[in-house]
Design a protein around this ligand. Structure first.
Ligand code: MRU
Length: 366
């Protein structure tokens, strides 16, 4: 299985199917060990998403879609179709409740849910239902990879030669189901010979930067330097940073973008120093149903993640801590949003609506 999971040319795939099983690379264990986690069962998948065995907005969406498909296979074929639809709803709600901020999760489970109801309506037999619903979810894996490659190619237009880039969290192959979004752009720039180099925010409290982004960039041979989250101002003031690129977990209709906690201060600093700040995200990360970032639900995680590091307590006994997992960067601070429909520019309300329209027209044609 190791050789199937590790596809060096595309990055490490976080999710993989094997004869109907859903296997995750256990991101909690990286970079020390490459271990796998069987999340075929829906409860195991819910645990895996909450505990961040699998993380990153697009990856949790695809993983949840596969798990939902595997679960729905078992429900189809009952006499009472109203009951079946109710059970479909329950499965979706259960997965959706695991992490509130990344909209990709709901986007992916809604797609599987809609397709399952369509199949039910068509009265396809059980084995046909099982085959088609699983294939539908599996297709999302390949589709994400294709879209990430495409958006990364568009991103090349904004990356200058020898760019010194700051990135935050992990928006690589692990987070985005192949190639990456923010790291995808960097990976494509590296492959094109643009010689980018990267300052990687460690990204406390879970350290996705030091553990995952450093691992991915090192595998690719992209020059990467780890920094603490409070060092970017120093580097920008010295003139050592040409641009910032991060991923996103949910982008509102007006371009306000939620991403890993610490992204907003990075955008403020970048704007203060007239350094372009870009977001890279597939269209599945956009939530056109909400007007602005104020409506994005922010996940608060266990305070233990702040109070300790890898199981070791960092502070005094009984200390209080706050742990919002995401913050929202207002659209005014974002120079461009790199998507598979091109680099979107302000005014975002118009450019986002147009990109989503183009994308849905393509889907209808297929
Ligand atoms: O809490 P995480 O690790 O799931 O948060 C991930 C991020 O914030 C990423 O930057 C974001 O999902 C973009 S991933 C392509």
């Amino acid at each position: 299985m190791d050789t199937l999971m590790i596809k060096v040319d595309e990055g490490t795939m976080p999710v993989h199917t094997d004869n109907g099983k859903i296997i995750l690379i256990d991101q909690r264990k990286l970079p020390d060990a490459i271990e796998y986690f069987d999340a075929t069962d829906i409860d195991q998948m819910c645990f895996a998403i909450v505990d961040m065995v699998v993380r990153g907005a697009p990856s949790i969406g695809v993983a949840a879609a596969l798990s939902m498909a595997a679960h729905l296979q078992k429900l189809a074929g009952q006499q009472d179709s109203a009951l079946t639809v109710r059970q479909f709803d329950e499965a979706k709600s259960k997965l959706d409740a695991t992490r509130p901020t990344a909209v990709n999760l709901r986007w992916a489970t809604s797609k599987v849910h809609m397709f399952a109801c369509f199949l039910l309506n068509e009265k396809v037999d059980n084995s046909e239902f099982g085959k088609r619903i699983f294939e539908f979810a599996e297709h999302m894996l390949q589709d994400h990879l294709d879209r990430n490659r495409k958006l990364s190619d568009f991103g090349l237009s904004v990356v200058p030669q020898s760019a010194r880039i700051i990135t935050h969290c992990n928006a690589g192959s692990l987070a985005a189901c192949g190639w990456g979004t923010a790291l995808g752009v960097i990976r494509s720039a590296h492959a094109k010979g643009l010689k980018p180099s990267v300052f990687v925010d460690e990204t406390r409290p879970r350290n996705q930067g030091s553990k995952l982004t450093m691992w991915e960039l090192t595998q690719d041979g992209v020059p990467a330097t780890l920094i603490c989250d409070n060092m970017s101002g120093y580097l920008m003031q010295k003139g050592d940073v040409d641009m910032v690129i991060t991923g996103a977990d949910r982008i509102a209709a007006n371009g306000d973008s939620a991403n890993k906690i610490g992204t907003y201060p990075l955008a403020v600093l970048a704007n203060h120093h007239a350094i372009p700040f870009y977001i890279a995200a597939p269209l599945s990360t956009f939530d056109p149903l909400i007007e602005s970032g104020e409506e994005i639900p922010i996940e608060f995680r266990n305070k233990e993640e702040v109070l300790s590091l890898d199981g070791r307590t960092l502070t005094v006994n009984g200390a209080e801590a706050l742990n919002p997992a995401f913050d929202v960067t207002p659209n005014q601070l974002i120079k461009g949003i790199i998507t598979e429909e091109g680099v979107l520019r302000p005014p975002y309300k118009e450019s986002i609506a147009a990109a989503l329209k183009r994308n849905s027209e393509k889907a209808t044609k297929i």
